[in-house]
Design a protein around this ligand. Structure first.
Ligand SMILES: *[C@@H]1O[C@H](CO)[C@@H](O)[C@H](O)[C@H]1NC(C)=O
Ligand SMILES: *[C@@H]1O[C@H](CO)[C@@H](O)[C@H](O)[C@H]1NC(C)=O
Ligand SMILES: *[C@@H]1O[C@H](CO)[C@@H](O)[C@H](O)[C@H]1NC(C)=O
Length: 493
């Protein structure tokens, strides 16, 4: 059991021996104002104040002076065998003695101040006292910081201040700021040192989660995230057309095709969209699908974007032109000409007009929309030469072709006479079938005068049956562009 009476007597003795009272030579001490030992403790944790009194002290006394006070308050005393802690010492924390060291658990901020360790021991038959002054600093950990936004949903262009608030923490406290954009992974360090983060002017790239971290000599703690919802837009809409066909004044698509018009205008909150076709509303929503385009879908398409929060509007208009093919397919014909042919290719209609282009055995010919002719000198061209006309149109993946094969009718013209019923007329017929183009035939009298016009493949001439016709000669002259000398057949009546 502790001899409380003996300890009390020792306490009184110490008070009598307090340094500064006299200048006894056996005292060893550090005196206040000289080098007091500095110790740091953390509030709530424990700290041990060590006193090294040498071998077998008779008694160790700890006392405490708060800052700004001159009064020494006893804290604890021990004679090695027993010890006592003053009841009032609980204001400092949970105080105990470990041999001559003072241990303060659950350290309180009120323990900040000066501690004095006094010891008494016998050496060489004399009483010795030692004094040790310690200065205890009590550090306070930073509390969990909180982010305070001056406006959690500012409009782009405004000024926003974010504060990192900590309730307590020993200075110096330093801060760091982190930003996480919801659309990009990872956090970015956006501020250091300062508890204040200024976004002036705030813009859409600042949208996202903000956290701050506070740090002092004891610890570091991070806040929860605060969301900064920057309100903006809508920007001018961008219209895209699928499948993509770009022309000078906008977009084109083929008839019967599915055409998708998409509109995008950056905005927070997201835009509402309305589609107009030539000022008539046709759709609400970002994507307008024309299931099967027809020429009536040609026109101006306007996308209106609306930010409901700011009640702001933007719009963009594009021209859409629906292309359609001419009906049928290109048609190729060939007309004879002297020593030459006229190649004709037509494919009228459509929008835009089809481009027609001739290709011959010796190279390319002319190109024109809807209707193209090519006069071609065929002399020397082999029998069976092929000419191709290609019809091209934006709505066609591959051109549509038509062909003519120039060939020479075999043999030569054949001449015949036939009498008509009642023998009133004599019919001269000349035939040279086949060929492309057909051979041109004409009947001539003995004076090489042409009887009637030119005709193709079959030439017929009627004569009134008269006596003076007997013995008369008639010639049928046949020509074909691929055949150099003219062919004839003759008959005598
Ligand atoms: C107290 O002192 C004794 C003897 O000097 C030593 O054996 C013991 O370890 C010390 N106890 C502590 C807790 O330091
Ligand atoms: C947003 O602000 C940052 C700096 O505050 C700036 O670097 C960035 O260019 C701005 N972005 C836009 C789209 O204005
Ligand atoms: C020209 O070719 C065609 C077939 O390609 C043939 O029928 C005709 O007899 C040929 N003409 C001549 C004069 O060889």
């Amino acid at each position: 059991t502790v001899d409380q009476g003996a300890l009390h007597r020792l306490l009184i003795l110490f008070c009598l021996l307090h340094p500064g009272d006299s200048g006894k030579s056996h005292w060893t001490s550090n005196t206040p104002g000289e080098e007091a030992v500095s110790i740091q403790g953390v509030r709530g944790r424990s700290v041990e104040l060590a006193c090294h009194p040498g071998p077998a002290p008779l008694v160790v006394l700890w006392s405490f002076t708060p800052p700004g006070s001159l009064v020494l308050r006893p804290v604890a005393i021990t004679d090695g065998a027993s010890s006592k802690v003053e009841a009032g010492a609980s204001a400092l924390g949970v105080v105990s003695l470990r041999n001559s060291s003072l241990v303060i658990g659950e350290l309180q901020e009120s323990a900040r101040g000066h501690f004095l360790c006094q010891t008494l021991h016998v050496s060489g038959g004399q009483l010795h006292t030692t004094y040790l002054y310690l200065t205890l600093a009590v550090l306070v950990p930073v509390s969990k910081p909180r982010v305070q936004l001056s406006d959690p949903s500012p409009v782009e262009g405004a000024s926003v201040v974010a504060m990192c608030a900590v309730r307590e923490g020993t200075e110096p406290v330093t801060f760091s700021w982190y930003h996480q954009n919801p659309r990009s992974p990872g956090e970015a360090l956006v501020g250091l040192q300062d508890p204040k983060l200024q976004l002036d002017p705030v813009n859409r790239t600042h949208l996202g989660w903000y956290t701050c971290s506070a740090h002092n000599a004891v610890n570091q703690l991070s806040s929860d995230g605060a969301f900064l919802d920057v309100i903006y837009g809508p920007d001018k809409p961008v219209i895209t057309v699928e499948p993509l066909g770009l022309i000078e004044d906008g977009f084109w698509a083929s008839e019967m095709e599915e055409v998708t018009l998409s509109c995008l205008a950056a905005s927070n909150p997201p835009s509402h969209y309305v589609w107009l076709h030539d000022d008539t509303q046709v759709h609400t929503g970002p994507t307008y699908i024309i299931a099967s385009a027809s020429r009536t879908h040609t026109g101006l398409y306007t996308c209106l974007a609306h930010n409901g929060r700011l009640d702001t509007h933007t719009q963009t208009t594009v021209q859409l032109t629906i292309y359609y093919l001419p009906e049928g397919q290109p048609s190729c014909t060939v007309l004879p000409n002297l020593g030459a042919v006229t190649l004709l290719c037509t494919w009228p209609g459509g929008f835009p007009s089809a481009q027609l282009h001739w290709e011959g055995p010796q190279g390319t010919g002319p190109t024109a929309p809807s209707y193209v002719t090519w006069s071609y000198a065929v002399t020397g061209l082999p029998n069976g030469s092929v000419f191709t006309c290609a019809g091209q149109h934006p709505a066609l993946a591959l051109p549509i072709l038509c062909r003519v094969t120039l060939w020479e009718p075999p043999g030569s013209p054949t001449c015949r006479t036939t009498a008509t019923v009642g023998d009133q007329f004599i019919m001269l017929s000349c035939e040279w079938p086949g060929g492309e183009p057909s051979a041109v035939l004409t009947w001539m009298d003995r004076h090489q005068q042409s009887l009637g016009g030119l005709s193709s493949s079959l030439a017929v001439h009627l004569l009134q049956a008269q006596g003076d016709l007997a013995g008369r000669e008639f010639t049928c002259r046949g020509s074909h562009p691929l055949k150099a000398p003219v062919s004839h057949c003759q008959l005598r009546l």
